[in-house]
Design a protein around this ligand. Structure first.
Ligand SMILES: [Zn+2]
Ligand SMILES: [Zn+2]
Length: 135
């Protein structure tokens, strides 16, 4: 798979993600809604070694005991997510990529929290809860 470049709204933070992500998923949890301002977040999980910030770097907000969310301190754009217990991984918000069409989600998580007016007609697996946070 091709490498993926991405950037925040203002362009202060830019990255390249090399090779294929480990997984791509839609998260419908309430924390992702508040972090993004949208009804859900599509995340691509990469190995940490696959991702390089080529300009600037995200600021990190600790959103729970075990997780942090990376955002641009200039425009506030939601860029990334990471977990202490899976420090080998970084999750990137697919919507910030230059070619987000290439990374279709493989499943949904936290659909118990999905907004009732959201209509998604795919046949992807849906997990109401998830034993850990973002897969
Ligand atoms: Zn920015
Ligand atoms: Zn979430």
């Amino acid at each position: 798979m091709n490498d993926h470049t991405g950037r925040c709204l203002c362009g202060a933070v830019r990255y390249v993600a090399r090779g294929a992500p480990k997984s791509v998923s839609n998260c419908h949890c309430g924390m992702c809604r508040r972090a993004s301002g949208g009804p859900f977040i599509t995340f691509a999980r990469y190995g940490k070694e696959q991702v390089e910030f080529t300009q600037g770097s995200p600021s990190w907000y600790r959103s729970s005991d075990s997780a942090e969310r990376g955002f641009c301190s200039s425009c506030g754009g939601s860029l990334a997510y990471r977990e202490a217990r899976r420090s080998d991984s970084i999750w990137l918000t697919v919507a910030m990529m230059d070619n987000p069409r290439d990374l279709a989600p493989q499943y949904h998580i936290f659909t118990d929290s999905m907004l009732p007016w959201l209509r998604i007609d795919d046949d992807l697996p849906r997990h109401g809860q998830w034993p850990t946070a973002h897969a």
